[in-house]
Write a protein that binds this ligand. Structure first.
Ligand code: ZN
Length: 96
């Protein structure tokens, strides 16, 4: 993992993704990388006031094309996502 690229990913998320409940931008320490495979990044975005958001982001070069999915999740969903991601051998198994 190129740390400069990861920093860029975080910066793009800060610019493009806000909490759907309160519209707040996410701080660097509120963005957590769950996993990545190739150019697909799985991130957990924490709002202090609301449930965390699970974001799947496709990265092309150094620009984020678009968030593939944004939805509010419960802690149970995070655990489930961890299980799915760690079990899946290929990206196809994750995104179907
Ligand atoms: Zn919020």
């Amino acid at each position: 993992m190129n740390p400069i690229k990861l920093q860029k990913v975080f910066q793009e998320i800060q610019k493009n993704i806000r909490c759907p409940r309160c519209g707040k931008r996410y701080a660097f320490d509120e963005i957590h990388l769950i996993n990545f495979t190739g150019s697909i990044y799985f991130l957990q975005l924490n709002c202090q006031m609301h449930l965390p958001l699970l974001a799947t982001v496709a990265v092309s070069g150094l620009s984020i094309e678009q968030p593939l999915s944004k939805e509010s999740i419960s802690p149970d969903d995070i655990i489930l996502a961890h299980k799915i991601i760690s079990k899946a051998k290929k990206l196809k198994e994750i995104i179907g």
